[in-house]
Every structure is written in structure tokens, then in C-alpha cells.
Write a protein that binds this ligand. Structure first.
Ligand code: PHE
Length: 357
């Protein structure tokens, strides 16, 4: 202990005070930042202890060793206390962080948003499923198509007025005509070219038409084509198949109607209608007051089409049909405007229930 008087500026009492003050302040320190400040204040290059050690030289020689020892002892005490406090501060800070970042495992989780299949995709699956169970195979074909398959082979020669019915988007018209297919019927030809009867296929796919867009017309839409060719295939098979299809899709109680229609690739051609499921035939806005809703075009495959693919029309007969998928969805779910399908608006799309993928 130091006993000499304070006239040299470093009395034992003063060193005691300094120790008390430093240790007391250290107790208050709870962050690394405050800890660094404390260290600078007492033990740093300009710190109180360091300054005093430097000032030793100006003390009288007789007290110098004593004061020096006392200061060094104090320095050691503070260094030890500092190291101990550093350990505590690290624990305090860790505890504070764990507290701040704590996860409440009892909170309900955030559900990931799971989309639904597009209503057109759902309808394609529903329709092709029905036909698959009736023995039809599902095939697909190109959306960019030769004029030959889109028209010529389907008995629609160049310059034929019926060619205007399909407002076609042309890709190439100079040499070999190339178009965006305006219907799925070209696949009738592609399928028959590749295989021998019996043929039973349905063909879903995108189609394109150069068309002014309104509530019932889109320049891009989907069709499902159907084709059955074999020996002894008759119009009665067509009627039975389509009636069964319509009843599976729109309800067992549906009545069906066939009326004459014209398509160059069938003879005879028909349009196929069901009684309106909204008014049950009474007449309403959906069926335009007629009580009937047309859902597809069909007919017996034209003999010339069979000849075009090398089938003998004396031996084989067949029928084909084509329907618009968006229109089926609109009828089944009462969608008033075809434009909703391709606006990507979740308020519309999420109304269609999720079916297993
Ligand atoms: N391809 C015709 C259309 O787009 C529909 C159809 C297909 C008609 C097959 C008869 C037979 O309108």
C-alpha cells in the first residue's frame, strides 16, 4: 500500500478511488461498444492508468517504485476485470439477440400460394377424359401448319370461298403456304396419313384466327377435334357418341339436337346442340331465347378427304367433330366474356376449383 503524501499527485487513496471508479463503471457496461470506450478511458494509450505510468519519471525517486508497483497492480486488476466483463458482455449480447430474433413456433405458418390449373386446361382434361373412356386416343399436332393440311387436304381448294370462313393468320404465302392453324381439323389429315383404320382420336390444341376481339371472339383460342374412321361407321355412331359426351359434361338429363350445317370436309355436316341448362329449354339470355345451345360442328368425313389420305371411301367411312374449349367453359360456368381467359387475372382464374394435377 502507498503511504506517502499526495504532494506528488499519486496518493494511495487516489489509486483506491481510481480502482473503485473504474470497476464501478465496468459493472454498468453491457455492450461491446461501451466496453471499448471503457478500455480506452482507463487502459488505452491515452487512458488514465497509462498516463500515470508515463508520469512516474517526474516523481521523486524514493516513491517512484512504490507508486509504480501500485499502478501496475491496478493495471493488472483492471485488465483481469476487463477480460471477465468481456465474457459477460458477449453472453448478454447473445441473449439479447436470441430474444430479439426469437421465432414463435406456435404461430400458424404462412401457406405457400398454390395456383390452379387454367380453366381451359381443366376443360381439355375433362373432355379428353370422357373420350378416352369411349376408346379415343389423345394426340396433338403443330400450331404452325401447312396450307395443305389446314385447307387443301380438307377439301378446301385455293380460291374456294369457304377458305374465308377461317380468317387465317398467314406466316408465309409465297411458295408453300404456311399458316397458324385456324382449327384443329388439319390433324385429321396428319393422323390418317400416318395410320390405317381403325382410327379413333381426339386432338386438343391452340388455334388462331385473324379476328376482331369481343366478348365471344378471341384471336387465339382452343379446339378439340375428334375423328373416328373404320368399316361400317355410321351417323348413328356419331349421334350416340356425342349425346353420351354431352350428358357426361353437362348432365344426364340433357336433350340433344342435330341440324344440317356445312363444312367442306364433311358430308353431311351437322351442328350439334344441347337444350339450355340454364332455362331448360324455355329460352333465356344464354341460349338467345331459342332454348338450344350449339356446342360443336360435326359430320361424316367427306369421301374426297378419305381419298386425299389414300383411304378407300368404298370400304371406310368415318365422322369428325370440332368444338371450342373456351366456349364449353363459358357455358358450363356461366363465364360472360371470353377475354377473361387470357388476362391473367387471379380474381377470375382462382374461381376454378383446383383439380388434382
Ligand atoms: N373445324 C371446324 C371449325 O373450326 C369444326 C368441325 C370439325 C366441323 C370437324 C366438322 C367436323 O369450325
Amino acid at each position: 500500500m502507498l503511504s506517502s503524501p499526495g504532494r506528488h499527485g499519486v496518493s494511495s487513496g487516489e489509486i483506491d478511488q481510481l480502482r473503485e471508479r473504474a470497476l464501478h463503471e465496468l459493472q454498468e457496461v453491457t455492450t461491446h461498444e461501451a466496453l471499448a470506450q471503457w478500455h480506452a478511458r482507463y487502459l488505452g494509450r491515452r487512458g488514465e492508468i497509462t498516463q500515470r505510468l508515463r508520469g512516474l519519471g517526474s516523481l521523486p525517486a524514493d516513491v517512484r517504485p512504490q507508486v509504480g508497483r501500485a499502478l501496475n497492480a491496478l493495471k493488472e486488476t483492471l485488465e483481469t476485470a476487463y477480460a471477465e466483463r468481456e465474457r459477460i458482455v458477449r453472453e448478454l449480447e447473445l441473449a439479447a439477440r436470441i430474444e430479439a430474433e426469437a421465432v414463435d413456433v406456435t404461430l400458424p405458418g404462412r401457406r405457400p400460394a398454390i395456383g390452379t390449373l387454367h380453366p381451359v386446361t381443366q376443360m381439355i382434361r375433362e373432355v379428353t377424359d370422357i373420350f378416352a373412356h369411349l376408346g379415343f386416343q389423345v394426340v396433338e399436332g403443330p400450331e404452325v401448319e401447312y396450307g395443305y393440311y389446314a385447307f387443301d387436304a380438307l377439301n378446301i381448294p385455293p380460291e374456294h370461298p369457304a377458305r374465308d370462313v377461317w380468317d387465317t393468320i398467314f406466316i408465309e404465302s409465297d411458295q408453300k403456304e404456311i399458316v397458324l392453324r385456324p382449327h384443329t381439323s388439319p390433324m385429321q389429315i396428319r393422323v390418317m396419313e400416318r395410320r390405317k383404320p381403325p382410327v379413333r382420336v381426339v386432338v386438343p390444341g391452340r388455334c388462331y384466327r385473324y379476328e376482331a376481339v369481343d366478348a365471344t371472339h378471341e384471336w387465339h383460342f382452343h379446339q378439340i377435334e375428334g375423328l373416328a374412321v373404320d368399316e361400317h361407321i355410321t351417323m348413328a355412331d356419331l349421334k350416340g357418341t356425342l349425346a353420351e359426351f354431352a350428358r357426361q359434361l353437362f348432365g344426364r338429363e340433357r336433350r340433344v339436337r342435330f341440324r344440317c350445317d356445312f363444312f367442306p370436309f364433311v358430308e353431311p355436316g351437322v351442328d350439334f346442340a344441347i337444350d339450355c341448362m340454364f332455362c331448360r329449354g324455355e329460352g333465356c339470355r344464354v341460349c338467345g331465347g331459342s332454348g338450344w345451345i350449339e356446342i360443336l360442328g360435326a359430320g361424316m368425313v367427306h369421301p374426297q378427304v378419305l381419298r386425299n389420305v389414300g383411304y378407300d371411301p368404298e370400304r371406310y367411312t368415318g365422322w369428325a367433330f370440332g368444338m371450342g374449349v373456351e366456349r364449353l367453359v363459358m357455358l358450363k360456368y356461366g363465364v360472360p366474356d371470353i377475354r377473361y381467359f387470357y388476362q391473367g387475372d387471379l380474381r377470375f382464374l382462382s374461381q376454378f376449383e383446383r383439380i388434382p394435377i
